[in-house]
Design a protein around this ligand. Structure first.
Ligand code: ACO
Length: 378
């Protein structure tokens, strides 16, 4: 039995044609299209179509696809009731995990695994997540939910459902960019979790619940929540040196830094950095940008981070960006999921299409053949 490296680092465990990742060159492509081009030009809905259908949509295809997504965006009544029953301090990722599970429970269709049967369910999941999280965000503030405006699309529609106000064009563009950049990343931990569940012929909702669960931890999507705490803890750009020295002394990890695959700067981070700089302007929130760039510069000069090739990952500038959009840190990972649901669904459909049960082995390191001891002799 050969044992792959811990954490399956660099182990290639399957084939897929959804996204291409080169950690040494800092390249990410969705279905062959470079993330830089997609960041510059694409609407999130185009990217979802690309991930699910393997090609960019024509204008007519995009219109139809947007209409299908919009038709799925009304929060089912039992989900709205579920949200009303929740304590305001429930963690939004727990709300999301349970909400997707409830959506699955409400779907009375027999499980089916052909693309044509899975696509409407994938659309329902993708369209429900923003409505669910906006409903919960408002519930926390004792505000009633707001009906969707289907013509607005994923980014603007979510911002509308948060506040009931027409969102500013810069905010929509920033959230659209974030959604485009986060939509997929090869076999990251949450996509892998989705595939493991899908490979047992569990339904798409069960597979997405696995993805949400895997995303929630701070080594993966949960990091983005902690980054705002880190920036607040540093307080001012002038404090970065002292803060970093203390973090190193206490062996604390710098959140938003390091990546299992990217050993150069994460190609998504500069896009978010530029957008945060633009959004920050001269606002009070500019402080977050200044602290983040000062820390990034310090890490680049630091031998420990140089030797281990640790650079800002996508979450690093995502946190100030989402804060500038008016969101609270504990909501951030659900915004990540709002985008990544597209990649999860693409991986789940691919898994169903080429399925074989995923069951690796684990080397046993314990004792063998111990003699049985009766209870009274232990
Ligand atoms: N701060 C300080 N040191 C770090 C960091 C960090 N953020 N990340 C890794 N290291 C160090 C480790 O201490 C270790 O040092 P050592 O060789 O002296 O023991 C070395 O770098 C390798 O670390 P591993 O944990 O083995 O690397 P791995 O590939 O398993 O971890 C991970 C990747 C989990 C992302 C890690 O870099 C980390 O914890 N980062 C902070 C959390 C974070 O930002 N997560 C989001 C990831 S991106 C995403 O999911 C969207």
């Amino acid at each position: 039995m050969t044992t792959p490296p811990t954490g399956l680092e660099d182990a290639v465990v399957g084939r897929q044609d959804i996204s291409f990742l080169d950690g040494e060159q800092g390249r990410l492509l969705y279905r062959g299209y470079n993330i830089d081009d997609l960041a510059a030009h694409a609407h999130y809905e185009e990217v979802v179509y690309l991930l699910w259908y393997g090609q960019l949509p024509t204008p007519a295809q995009l219109d139809d696809f947007r209409a299908e997504l919009a038709a799925a965006g009304q929060l089912p009544a039992p989900l709205a009731e579920f949200v009303r029953s929740l304590p305001a301090d429930a963690h939004p990722m727990a709300v999301l995990r349970t909400g997707v599970s409830l959506l699955g429970l409400l779907d009375r269709d027999k499980p089916a695994f052909e693309r044509a049967a899975v696509l409407p369910k994938a659309r329902a999941i993708l369209a429900t997540i923003p409505a669910l999280m906006a409903c919960f965000w408002r519930h926390r503030q004792d505000l009633p939910p707001i009906d969707p405006r289907p013509e607005l699309g994923h980014a603007a529609g979510f911002l509308w459902q948060l506040t009931g106000r027409q969102p500013a064009a810069e905010a929509v563009a920033a959230l659209n960019l974030y959604f485009v950049l986060l939509a997929d990343l090869e076999l990251n931990a949450s996509a892998f979790a989705c595939r493991v569940t899908a490979a047992t012929w569990a339904d798409v909702y069960a597979a997405v619940v696995s993805g949400v669960s895997a995303l929630s931890g701070p080594a993966h999507g949960g990091a983005v929540q902690e980054i705002m705490g880190q920036l607040a803890d540093i307080g001012r750009a002038e404090n970065v040196d002292d803060w970093l020295a203390a973090a190193m002394r206490d062996k604390r990890r710098v959140m938003g830094v390091g990546h299992r695959v990217f050993k150069v700067i994460d190609p998504r981070a500069p896009h978010l950095k530029a957008r945060v700089r633009a959004l920050a302007g001269q606002s009070a929130q500019r402080r977050w940008f200044e602290i983040a760039t000062a820390l990034e510069d310090r890490l680049a000069e630091h031998l420990f981070f140089q030797q281990r090739r640790l650079y800002p990952n996508v979450d690093y500038y995502a946190a100030p960006l989402l804060s500038m959009l008016g969101l609270e840190p504990d909501m951030f990972t659900t915004i990540f999921a709002m985008s990544r649901a597209a990649g999860w669904a693409a991986h789940i459909m691919h898994q169903y299409q080429h399925n074989r049960l995923i069951t690796p082995r684990a080397e046993y390191t314990g004792p063998l053949d111990l003699p049985w001891l009766p209870l009274e002799e232990r």
